[in-house]
Design a protein around this ligand. Structure first.
Ligand code: PMP
Length: 301
């Protein structure tokens, strides 16, 4: 990966190469870390971070689910992110804050293990496919049962489900996986929420087994603003056959059109009209070209 100058650790900006942890780090062994994925975009007025407050609030929510104590405030973490972008001189980047149980105690009960916080950023282009619709495979893995994890939290250990399903999809020639929930309904991708369009209306799985994505929330609001209705609904794999269009949403993936799901071809593998409309509106908003949504952007300077 491309290395930048600094990484923020516990209040200090350290050299990229020096951002190291001990091999007996609790999080390395048990996945006891929580993290975020955020993007910064180039706008006319310089770099701006998209929905920074919501991402940091989710980080604190995730941390509370593991009883991880962050010794910084929401404001401190936001400030550190803005400074890091300036120091590393990359306006368009992906930002990864992580809070983890670190070195000092082993064993599954985390009580007594100290917590650390870090933030890194790096340039990251299209995470999936770019503009061309991608090929998706319904995974042999399912999303974790809501009673086997804290569904709304981004807990590192839970992401092994995402790693396995991505690997499985790619091994069978697909670009990305689509996971069902424990009841067999469509849930989400390994790192993306799912939408389908039918008769000019959006349908997306409701909260419960999915990570309620910030991009998902943005898309629902953008669609509403365009006069497009969204319904949260339990979607069966069978119903995917009737989709006029489909797409994934996520901070890394942004708005990613889907052209195939298993044997189903969607909109002739072309980007559909509504997907295009939402994708264009999203791209304008993140680059500060739509005043109506300007409160979603935090300027770096
Ligand atoms: N689902 C999962 C499992 C994810 O990891 C992500 C990425 N954070 C998303 C959905 C999309 O969330 P967001 O739009 O907040 O990035």
């Amino acid at each position: 990966m491309e290395e930048l100058k600094k990484i923020w650790i516990d209040g200090d900006f350290v050299n990229w190469q020096d951002a190291k942890i001990h091999i007996l780090n609790h999080a390395l062994h048990y996945g006891s870390a929580v993290f975020e994925g955020i993007r910064s975009y180039q706008t006319k007025k310089g770099a701006a971070v998209f929905r920074l407050q919501e991402h940091i609030e989710r980080l604190f929510y995730s941390a509370s689910s593991l009883e991880l104590k962050i010794s910084f405030s929401v404001g401190d973490i936001k400030q550190a992110i803005l400074e890091l972008i300036k120091i590393n001189e990359v306006n368009e980047c992906y930002i990864r804050p992580i809070v983890f149980l670190s070195y000092g105690k082993m064993g599954l009960n985390p009580k007594g293990a100290p917590a650390q916080a870090a933030i890194a950023n790096w340039p990251w282009g299209a995470y999936l496919g770019g503009d061309a619709p991608i090929k998706v495979k319904i995974s042999k893995y399912i999303r974790p049962h809501p009673r086997s994890t804290v569904v709304g939290a981004k807990i590192a250990g839970s992401y092994f489900n995402s790693v396995l399903s991505s690997l499985d999809a790619q091994q069978s020639g697909a670009d990305e996986a689509l996971l069902l929930d424990f009841e067999g309904f469509v849930a989400e991708g390994p790192g993306e929420n799912f939408f389908m369009v039918k008769e000019s209306k959006l349908y997306t799985p409701g909260k419960g087994t999915i990570l309620a994505g910030i991009t998902r929330d943005s898309v629902i609001k953008i669609a509403g603003n365009l006069g497009i209705e969204t319904e949260e609904k339990k979607i069966t794999p069978e119903e995917l056959k009737s989709a006029d269009e489909a797409f994934f949403t996520g901070t890394a993936a942004e708005i990613c059109p889907i052209g195939e799901i298993d044997e189903i071809t969607i909109n002739n593998r072309e980007v559909g009209k509504i997907t295009k409309q939402i994708k264009m509106a999203f791209e304008e908003i993140v680059r500060g070209k739509n005043q109506k949504f300007s409160e979603w952007l935090t300027p770096v300077d």
